[in-house]
Design a protein around this ligand. Structure first.
Ligand code: HEC
Ligand code: HEC
Length: 322
């Protein structure tokens, strides 16, 4: 009996030491610095490309980066009460030292491919478009470099994100749960607009990233293979607004009962562009107003969504426990 206890004690002691060593490793060793391999970016100068870049910047990047001054000067992204602590989005105006003046075009592209900033630090997947075409990605960079009002230099400086000292985040990064998205630099192209369903898929997944909000949760999305995201287009994601009020994203698969299977294409067009549902009610602002989309883009997204398997579940009823 005594012997068994002794062996159990030694076993426990060894286990405890391993846990303590691992914890010390997580807490005290420096954070990994990843290689930055910026691709060569050909900045377009034509107005159609700039207009494309403008759409992504205004509809997606601005959602998190638009500051109180009306410029892309950054804002509070996650409050101190959040498990990851206080996080500010960055000043990405053209300021030479406080904004993206520090970045080369290639470094900006690399950040959008991998989630790694120019210093080799992982800053997250919020700005990642891993399978967007090189041409479209370059159009975003071109717009960021344009003289647009929202890009005019701002002096704003924000505190470093609290998660840099969070044990949990350190552990997630050091054990490789949060890691750079793989990017081999090979050319990436988009399907032509004439292939309506493929083009619609491209817009809904890579370009406007509709699925990121309309799947189960930001944390479980699969950025490299969007279709593998749990609850793909079936909604359920609590999407926050600037004041951190959340709105659960709805199911927009073709389910007639729980999705938008009974909607017409024109009703979809109105809802996406103006935020008005078929019954005349307004969508909350956690759903961006995609007013600048061309009708051909919205119709292609619609055509693609009709091909997504219907999910016979309502995240809204589930949230109410029904
Ligand atoms: C969901 C919110 C969100 C979206 C959307 C978003 N960002 Fe960010 N971005 C952040 C946050 C938060 C940080 C700061 C993270 C940190 O410092 O760890 C950041 C940081 C950055 C940085 C600075 C990185 C550094 O440390 O030097 C750049 C550049 C940037 N974002 C560009 C973009 C661009 C371009 C887009 C649109 C394609 C975009 N972001 C979309 C939230 C977002
Ligand atoms: C930033 C997150 C976000 C993004 C990106 C987003 N949505 Fe939404 N969407 C929402 C939320 C949240 C709602 C629910 C709003 C409400 O209930 O008032 C919604 C509602 C909708 C609705 C109404 C469905 C219904 O049953 O009422 C449609 C249609 C829709 N989105 C389509 C799209 C399309 C198409 C895209 C991409 C072009 C897109 N969404 C991108 C968050 C988002």
């Amino acid at each position: 009996m005594k012997k068994t206890l002794k062996i159990a004690g030694i076993g426990f002691g060894i286990l405890l030491s391993i846990v303590l060593i691992a914890a010390a490793w997580v807490q005290f060793t420096p954070m990994p610095v990843y290689d930055v391999v910026p691709p060569v970016v050909q900045l377009p100068t034509d107005s159609a490309s700039l207009a494309k870049g403008k759409k992504v910047v205004e509809l997606l990047c601005a959602h998190c980066h638009l500051g109180d001054d009306g410029k892309m000067s950054g804002r509070l992204f996650s409050p101190a009460s959040d498990p990851f602590g206080e996080i500010w989005s960055a000043n990405i105006t053209q300021h030479p030292t406080k904004g993206i003046g520090r970045y080369t075009d290639g470094e900006l592209a690399y950040l959008m491919r991998t989630g790694i900033n120019r210093d080799g630090r992982i800053v997250g997947y919020m700005m990642c478009h891993p399978n967007m075409s090189d041409e479209d990605l370059a159009s975003i960079v071109a717009y960021l470099r344009s003289g647009a009002d929202i890009m005019q230099p701002s002096e704003a400086v924000h505190p470093a994100p609290a998660y840099l000292s969070s044990f949990m985040v350190k552990a997630l990064i050091k054990f490789g749960v949060f890691k750079p998205l793989p990017y081999d630099g090979k050319p990436i192209s988009a399907p032509p607009a004439t292939e309506q369903v493929a083009y619609g898929r491209y817009l809904a997944t890579e370009f406007y990233e509709c699925y990121t909000c309309h799947s189960a949760n930001f944390e479980t999305n699969n950025l490299l293979e969007p279709e593998k995201s749990p609850g793909y287009f079936a909604g359920g994601n609590p999407v926050p607004d600037e004041a951190f009020n959340t709105c659960i994203s709805p199911n927009i698969t073709p389910s007639k009962e729980h999705g938008i299977g009974n909607w017409t294409e024109d009703q979809f067009l109105v809802a996406v562009k103006s935020g008005t549902r078929p019954d005349g009610t307004l969508l909350q602002h956690q759903m961006p107003r995609f007013a600048t989309l061309d009708d051909t883009e919205v119709r292609a997204i619609w055509a693609y969504l009709r091909t997504v398997p219907p999910v016979e579940e309502s995240p809204l009823l589930a949230a109410k426990g029904e």
